[in-house]
Ligand binder design. Structure first.
Ligand code: KG4
Ligand code: ZN
Length: 358
């Protein structure tokens, strides 16, 4: 007797549905044999009035919209659920109530359609956002992952093999942008608005501290610069939630943004280059929401072109949280035979490594 197991159409195209709901973006995408066919991102606007993401509201908003977002992703890819032969969803790190919406939706599809399911680490998704364009890094490479929740330098040694080189000891870079924007009454999220406002400012006008930590350290710390902005504003009579910010001229606000942004970018660039030297890689990638920052992009381009290194930044729609990077990570895992059980739980503090720190 012969037992033959069929994996539906895996010898044909691998068409993966990717779902991302770890924070305040509801996103779904179709990636077919590694190429993005659609990527639908719905950003929740409800949080702006609270000055930050409200977990319960995020989870409810994901629930309201997830069916439409998935349907739109299928339509935009010109495909139907019948053609999808794998489903990937973020299972951590992130807000647990938000994660559960996308994760359970993906499991439901996998169970109902009898197709493989794989849970994806959100940070691995960000790293893979550099593989969604024609020109992708080759292994081994170093990736600076900078988002609202994380700042880390990763040595991607081989597909799916990562070593932590350094990470933030306190605030994430994006979090520092968001907090400083709040102090300046610029609203949420802070990164894009500081980036824009800084363009009109003089980065030399306001001196900000740069925290490099111990000699040679690849860790980060951004709480000092956040406190420096707080004290500076306090001296000028401005509260930490932007109270009385009208005392500052638009020019002064632009200078503070420019000084702050330059200090953060200086540290990010210096440590990324150091990480590349230490691991002797020629390919350097940047990922996560803060990789959209115009100064970071410009400075990294200047520095790496001087040194003859290859630099990779995701396209703008792949910097922010998106389903395409999750679908692509699913493709990389499923094609190697890695899938997850339907019992996989959401993990708010999921890590990318098992103790592998350089
Ligand atoms: O990766 P992401 O979309 O979500 C997380 O996984 O956290 O990153 C969001 C973060 C926010 O802190 C936001 O302020 C920041 O990315 N961000 C920026 C820019 N665009 C978004 N930070 C600096 N400059 C930008 N242009
Ligand atoms: Zn993210």
């Amino acid at each position: 007797m012969r037992i033959i197991t069929y994996f539906r159409s895996f010898d044909l195209a691998m068409k993966i549905l990717g779902i991302e709901t770890s924070c305040d973006e509801t996103s779904a995408a179709i990636v077919s044999d590694g190429a993005v066919r659609s990527n639908v991102i719905s950003s929740q606007l409800v949080h702006a009035r609270y000055g930050g993401v409200v977990p319960e509201l995020a989870s409810r908003a994901h629930q309201r919209i997830i069916v439409d977002v998935v349907r739109e992703a299928l339509q935009a890819a010109g495909t139907g659920m019948d053609d999808v032969n794998g489903v990937a969803a973020t299972y951590g790190p992130g807000l647990v109530g938000a994660l559960l919406v996308g994760l359970n939706f993906a499991k439901g599809i996998a169970y109902g359609r009898r197709i493989p399911f794989v849970g994806i680490n959100h940070m691995e998704g960000h790293i893979f956002s550099n593989f969604l364009m024609e020109d992708a890094p080759t292994y081994p490479f170093v990736c600076l992952v900078v988002s609202g929740g994380h700042t880390m330098l990763v040595h991607a040694r081989a597909p799916l093999e990562y070593t932590l080189l350094g990470e933030t000891r306190d605030d994430a870079a994006g979090e520092a942008f968001d907090k400083v924007a709040k102090m300046l009454g610029l609203g949420y999220p802070g990164g894009p608005v500081i980036d824009q406002t800084a363009a009109a400012g003089d980065p030399e006008a306001v001196q900000m501290p740069r925290s490099f930590l111990e000699e040679g350290s690849l860790d980060f710390s951004f709480s000092g610069i956040k406190t420096a902005v707080l004290y500076l504003l306090r001296r000028e009579g401005v509260g930490e939630k932007g109270e009385a910010v009208h005392r500052l001229s638009p020019e002064r606000i632009a200078n503070i943004c420019a000084g702050f942004q330059t200090a953060v970018v200086d540290v990010l660039v210096a440590k990324t280059l150091l990480a590349a030297d230490r691991t002797q890689v020629e390919h350097i990638a940047v990922a996560g929401g803060v990789s959209a920052n115009s100064l970071l992009r410009r400075r990294m381009e200047e520095e790496t072109s001087h040194r003859g290194q290859h630099l990779f930044f995701p396209r703008m729609e792949y910097c922010m949280d998106n389903g395409a990077m999750i679908a692509y990570a699913g493709y990389e895992r499923l094609k190697r035979g890695f899938s997850s059980p339907l019992s996989l739980p959401a993990e708010a503090a999921l890590s990318l490594w098992n103790g592998t720190r350089a």
